[in-house]
Ligand binder design. Structure first.
Ligand SMILES: [Mg+2]
Length: 299
């Protein structure tokens, strides 16, 4: 039919709105730390940001015990864990469970791709642990043939023994095969997508690549010769959330997850992930080079 054999998709802001969940979750965690330690919010935020920058992820789960501000409490890890870390972790989790959701059309779209007999692969710039856990939390970790991530991080020395045990038992592992790419494969390097194609013996013409970032995702589709589909809906982030995110998230980390506002566009755009099915079915297949000038950006 269409000749497509696989859909490779980005994760953050393509399958779920990352900002919509990370902002309230981090804020809930910071509020918990303020109330359990009495420290000023600004000190807490700055100290956490430094750790998140080091690990290049706002989802690094051991940021509290590794941040400099809390070091005096670490002398007695058990009390610190019970009185400070645990409540903060629970606050984050409660907000995450409330706010982390796939975009409308994502589950339907993924199911439709499967029904058509295509492979589904994920390619993300998130570290392994964060990507893997998030898919598990979303209940989506069985939906992929494989997930390609950037390298993960090891457990820190000082950690709740229960967490160490759960880690050893594979509790944090996703049901899908996860493949860690080298750091240098971060998009817009096309190395990750090339690796996916090689691993699954796919030629570029057989692959659709979906992503929200015009400047990081679409260039990799172009570089390997796959059909790039721009998840334009993933770029709509309210200024209110952008402002709140800038307070709690380091710029370098934010940039990895959220496309910066840019006038750049990509001709084959979708407003809902399920429209990937229209592309597969040839209903809206238009070669980018032949498209008319793009219409104004809708906000
Ligand atoms: Mg993205």
């Amino acid at each position: 039919m269409s000749g497509f054999r696989a859909v490779v998709t980005d994760l953050d802001n393509t399958l779920y709105p990352w900002v919509d969940y990370i902002v309230p979750s981090l804020e809930a965690m910071v509020a918990s730390l303020e109330s359990t330690t009495g420290l000023p919010r600004i000190r807490i935020v700055q100290s956490l940001k430094a750790v998140y920058t080091k690990y290049e992820s706002n989802e690094y789960p051991f940021a509290i015990q590794e941040s400099d501000i809390f070091q005096p409490y670490e002398r007695d890890f058990d009390s610190f864990n019970r009185l400070v870390v645990d409540p903060a972790r629970r606050a984050f989790k409660a907000a995450r469970e409330r706010y982390l959701r796939p975009y409308p059309g994502v589950l339907e779209g993924l199911a439709g791709i499967r029904q058509r007999g295509l492979r589904i692969l994920a390619l993300t710039d998130a570290p392994r642990n964060a990507a893997e856990l998030r898919l598990k939390w979303l209940g989506m970790d069985r939906l992929f043939d494989a997930v390609y991530t950037l390298p993960g991080y090891a457990l820190p020395e000082n950690v709740d023994p229960a967490i160490r045990k759960r880690q050893a038992l594979g509790h944090y592992r996703s049901a899908t095969r996860v493949c860690e790419l080298p750091r240098e494969a971060e998009k817009p390097s096309p190395d990750g997508l090339r690796r996916v194609l090689a691993d699954f013996d796919l030629s570029p013409g057989e692959v659709i690549y979906v992503g929200d970032n015009v400047l990081k995702d679409m260039p990799i589709a172009e570089a390997v010769g796959a059909t790039g589909v721009w998840a334009e809906y993933g770029t709509y982030v309210s200024n209110e959330y952008r402002e709140r995110l800038a307070v709690i998230s380091a710029k370098a980390v934010t940039r990895r997850h959220v496309a910066e506002e840019s006038p750049a566009r990509w001709p084959l755009a979708i407003s809902n992930f399920a429209q990937v099915l229209d592309v597969l079915d040839g209903l809206r297949w238009t070669r980018p080079a032949r498209r008319k000038a793009a219409r104004g950006r809708r906000r």
